[in-house]
Design a protein around this ligand. Structure first.
Ligand code: LLP
Length: 436
């Protein structure tokens, strides 16, 4: 019987095996080894096109999608973004280098970060990054100096802190007044940096940016941010006479990790925000800027799956059953960091009843090395079984580490029934390659 799990690209087949993008996960585990990151390219492209269509429907040519590449950054991902003709958000010299190496046209890149190093600023400029999203005045002066040296005019957006709590978990909420990101409206710094930017010869101010947080399920928070940004823009227009060409509303659209969580309908979500933007700007009688959205997680999360092999199954009578897998916090640190939810399935026993409570843990020397607590697995689970952790396409590979000198898994891309390696498996020799 074919079942569906969490997202329509995850199903099962007649062998009782889990499938991603129609391909048997157990067979893929045999072919590529475990632990293994899988990425369903068809799903990524579908998500991008859903976003593009949604933005086009309500904003026409006035809307742009920029993929927040911190969610999953490797060359093949930038090639996909290039072929889909979207912008990207980058946060470091490393992401810029990777995108450049993949042949991504960097004039379509927005360079973020609350602390761009002098080297990163110079590197970004030398590589022709289109827009710097300037966090603060100190940074603005370095950008101006570097642009002056090169005799260019650098396009920038100013990152504004709207003063909103996005009701998400603290560590990924970024729009509050005391956030480390951006210049706050409330403190007067947002207006001050606007004046400074406008007075600089080698700087072209293209507009404003804000980002209120991640994993947000509620359009109201976005609409509040729109209102605050629009009021700020109206104030700037009335007092300084400047109107932005671009307003970037950031990313943060929620993704379903558990069956109990809602599915965010991107078409509806963007339409509510987009219509709200049009109305608010019309009411204030301000020319509608080009609107950018910067989704990361919602483009790649449910295209991804991590596949492990079960090792030790340890039962602590009356307490807990541990199912240990051959990966852990090195490939998925999100439970350790945020207590993030995931759905886990035993991929080779998909038709068996899950009636044994368990904690699925990794193999690192660290008791917080947990993929997920309080899940249920088939009672027959044993060494050699294949466990799949769903919805790991965002912030898993990109946050992976070599703790305990564990090599990072490969990233294998699935596409129209075929598969290819996008990032090869790290070897022990890779791990020692920087050591003197
Ligand atoms: N734009 C800016 C300026 C951002 O800071 C972020 C995420 C995004 C866009 C994309 O947000 P998304 O659509 O992916 O929610 N490591 C955390 C997430 C940190 C998000 C940081 N900024 C996690 O694993 O949940």
């Amino acid at each position: 019987m074919k079942k569906e799990f969490i997202c329509e690209n995850i199903t099962s087949n007649g062998d009782g095996h889990l499938c991603l993008g129609g391909q048997d996960v157990v067979t893929l585990a045999e072919k590529y080894g475990t632990p293994l990151y899988l990425m369903d390219e068809d799903r990524i492209r579908e998500r991008i096109n859903t976003f593009k269509g949604a933005v086009h429907n309500c904003l026409g040519d006035n809307g742009i999608i920029a993929y927040a590449s911190k969610a999953a950054s490797f060359k093949e991902m930038y090639r996909i973004m290039k072929s889909e003709n979207v912008f990207i958000d980058v946060v470091s010299g490393g992401e810029i280098y990777t995108a450049a190496n993949a042949g991504f046209p960097l004039e379509k890149a927005l360079f973020h970060s609350n602390n761009k190093t002098d080297d990163d600023i110079a590197f970004a400029m030398d590589n022709g990054v289109g827009f710097f999203v300037v966090d603060n005045e100190e940074e603005l002066f370095v950008i101006e100096r570097e642009a002056g040296k090169r005799n260019i005019t650098q396009k920038i957006l100013l990152r504004i802190t709207p003063g909103i709590d996005s009701h998400t978990f603290e560590a990924v909420s970024t729009g509050k007044v005391d956030s480390k990101f951006g210049s706050a409206i409330e403190t007067g710094q947002a207006k001050a940096i606007t004046k400074t930017a406008l007075s600089r010869k080698n700087i072209a101010l293209s507009g404003y940016h804000c980002h209120i947080g991640s994993q947000i399920f509620d359009t109201d928070v976005f609409c509040k941010a729109v209102r605050i940004m629009a009021d700020f823009i109206a104030d700037i227009s009335n007092t300084i006479g400047y109107t932005p060409e671009i307003l970037d509303m950031g990313g943060g659209f929620g993704v379903r990790y558990l069956p109990s969580e809602p599915i965010v309908d991107i078409n509806k979500f963007i339409s509510v925000i987009g219509e709200n933007i049009k109305k608010v700007f019309k009411d204030l009688d301000i020319k509608l800027p080009t609107i950018i959205f910067e989704p990361g997680r919602s483009i790649v999360a449910d295209a991804g799956m991590t596949v492990y092999t079960v090792g030790t199954v340890k039962k602590v009578p009356d307490f807990v059953n541990y199912v240990s897998v051959d990966g852990g916090m090195t490939d998925n640190v999100r439970y350790a960091m945020y207590k993030a939810n995931y759905t886990l399935l035993v991929a080779n026993k998909i038709d068996e009843i899950c009636d044994m409570p368990a904690s699925v843990v990794g193999r690192c020397c660290e008791s917080g090395d947990i993929i997920q607590e309080n899940v249920t697995v088939p009672a027959s689970v044993k060494r050699g079984d294949i466990v799949a952790c769903l919805t790991t396409g965002a912030y898993n590979y990109s946050m992976a580490s070599n703790y305990n000198r564990i090599p990072r898994p490969p990233v294998v891309i699935l596409n129209k029934g075929g598969s290819r390696i996008a990032v090869r498996r790290e070897t022990f020799s890779d791990i020692c390659s920087l050591d003197e």
